[in-house]
Design a protein around this ligand. Structure first.
Ligand SMILES: NC(=O)C1=CN([C@@H]2O[C@H](COP(=O)(O)OP(=O)(O)OC[C@H]3O[C@@H](n4cnc5c(N)ncnc54)[C@H](O)[C@@H]3O)[C@@H](O)[C@H]2O)[C@@H](O)CC1
Ligand SMILES: [K+]
Length: 502
């Protein structure tokens, strides 16, 4: 697989356009289906050499066509193979009809199949063309296959999984392996879809890469090659690595700001200062060493301090408290690089436009917002309530409206920019869903912003590093473990970079 396609996600609609463009350019479209079906058969034989019987379930479209090719190849390899079709084969068209014509095996209706132990299912019912909830007959089969825990090799997508949104349309197979073509699709990376696919094998069926690139949108799986971390060479002066300011809340809630500040420092910011009201200073001073503390007695002190251009980024929200104080601070920060998290986001629930107007002048976004689902719904209730839209579409619409980078958090965090770029993150372990984890994430992104990384790249890199730190810290981690784990992750990355490529 070409490197360029390891992160690219094509939507089912884009994949359909690639298919059409390939046919228009003179490429034999049946040949694509033949290679797709052969790849599925090869994977099934490789993964289940001991299978008693392969049961190929074929749908009414081209996904079913791939199934007929796979069934023929399995039978030719000497494996016991049966085919069950969802609909009358007389309705097959085009390449799928051709694939069926070339397959000599008898075809029984889906309703006639009784799943038995020893069966390995080849799921070629629906792929990119799934348009509504699966029919009841298929839902019953999906349930029975699940109850018997039969292995399922999914063709393109587990049937029932929406390739665009990652949502389940009524019911969906739980695949043990998925073979998809040319690139992965958003539904493989988003939840719950990702959990239904098993390992996803991306097979190049021969659509020219220039055609794939010509239909490709701006959606990727979040990976290091898509952004470059700031140069943290030891000789670089700490001022050149930026100065991050993190705002703390009241004396009983300083822990969140401390976590953000430590994470910002570990992410490479040259200097980190926590800005706090006089009441909160003693609690902070008792815990912080490398991080500095700035007492903010009254609004003038704040205004003077943050006017200093040497402060290169800000984090506001973790443990800050909601209300007017948060809104006043953000007003003073208008246009400056800012990570707005948690209470900072919630403070604008009654008037989101007030927040968006503070950042509307930036030619490139400088505001990063890191909402979880509940916070997202507070700022974008109409977008959150759109039952048709998937997580990527929601994040993109919110980013365009707010003119901000949106980090729509979850186990499948989506990072979206106002210009339509969007990355889906898939490296976060479940252990990261712990108190204070979001404060660390805000701090990491703030630390990267402080070093001059553009907002979208800083957000994407921050989310990925946070996931890696979570993996490194391991099971039963607490948020306090993450800055230290981040340190190890960054050191490992630096070592890898220093190694000469062979
Ligand atoms: N795009 C490409 O370049 C290639 C695509 N191939 C295969 O083609 C597939 C896409 O083919 P299609 O576009 O025909 O789509 P599908 O085969 O996924 O399904 C489309 C058919 O299912 C029907 N349908 C959709 N939802 C239904 C529901 N809930 N209940 C009942 N019927 C429903 C539609 O009316 C249509 O007849 C891919 O997933 C892939 O497996 C491969 O053959 C290789 C080449
Ligand atoms: K399928």
């Amino acid at each position: 697989m070409a490197d360029a396609f390891t992160t690219l996600l094509l939507t089912p609609e884009e994949m359909g356009r690639a298919d059409k463009a390939a046919a228009l350019s003179g490429i034999d479209s049946y040949g694509l289906m033949e290679r797709a079906g052969q790849a599925v058969a090869a994977a099934a034989l490789r993964l289940y050499p001991e299978a008693k019987r392969f049961v190929v379930l074929c749908g009414p479209g081209n996904n079913g066509g791939d199934g007929y090719v796979a069934a023929r190849a399995l039978a030719q390899a000497g494996a016991e193979t049966t085919i069950h079709a969802l609909a009358d084969t007389a309705g097959l068209k085009g390449d799928a009809a051709e694939a069926h014509r070339r397959c000599a095996l008898p075809v029984a209706p889906l309703s006639a199949w009784r799943p038995a132990v020893g069966d390995v299912v080849i799921d070629a019912v629906f792929g990119a063309g799934l348009a509504r909830d699966v029919p009841p007959d298929l839902a019953r089969v999906i349930r029975e296959v699940g109850e018997r825990e039969l292995p399922v090799v999914a063709v393109d997508l587990p049937s029932g999984l929406d390739g665009l949104t990652g949502q389940i349309r009524g019911a969906a197979f739980m695949a043990s392996h998925t073979v998809t073509f040319m690139t992965a699709k958003p539904g493989h990376a988003l939840l719950p879809g990702r959990q239904l696919c098993g390992p996803v094998e991306i097979f190049d069926i021969g659509i020219p890469h220039r055609i794939v690139n010509s239909v490709a949108g701006r959606l990727r799986v979040n990976r290091p090659g898509l952004w470059t971390l700031p140069d943290t060479d030891a000789s670089s002066h700490k001022f050149r690595r930026g100065h991050l300011a993190v705002f703390a809340g009241g004396p009983s809630a300083t822990g969140a700001a401390r976590l953000s500040a430590s994470a910002g420092l570990r992410a490479g910011a040259g200097l980190v200062t926590v800005g706090a009201t006089p009441e909160a200073v003693p609690a902070l001073a008792a815990h912080l060493t490398a991080v500095m503390i700035r007492e903010i007695g009254d609004p003038h002190v704040l205004a003077d301090w943050i006017a200093d251009p040497r402060l290169t980024a800000f984090v506001l929200g973790p443990g800050f408290g909601t209300g007017k104080r948060a809104r006043d601070y953000v007003e003073l920060l208008a246009g400056r690089p800012l990570v707005l998290d948690a209470d900072g986001i919630t403070s604008f629930r009654d008037n989101p436009d007030q927040l968006f107007s503070l950042y509307e002048d930036a030619s490139l976004p400088t505001l990063v917002m890191t909402p979880h689902e509940g916070e997202f719904a507070r700022l974008f209730p109409d977008i959150a309530g759109d039952a048709e839209a998937g997580k990527v579409e929601k994040a993109c619409r919110a980013a365009a409206r707010a003119r901000a980078v949106i980090v729509y958090k979850g186990a499948d965090t989506v990072i979206a920019a106002p210009d339509g770029r969007a990355f889906i993150n898939d490296n976060a372990p479940p252990d990261l869903a712990t108190a204070g984890s979001g404060d660390v994430l805000a701090g990491i992104i703030g630390g990267l912003l402080a070093q001059g990384m553009p907002a979208f790249e800083a957000a994407a890199a921050g989310v990925w590093l946070h996931g890696e730190a979570g993996k490194r810290a391991g099971a039963a981690l607490t948020a306090e473990d993450l800055p230290e784990a981040l340190h190890h992750v960054l050191r490992q990355m630096a070592v890898r970079e220093e190694q000469p490529s062979l």
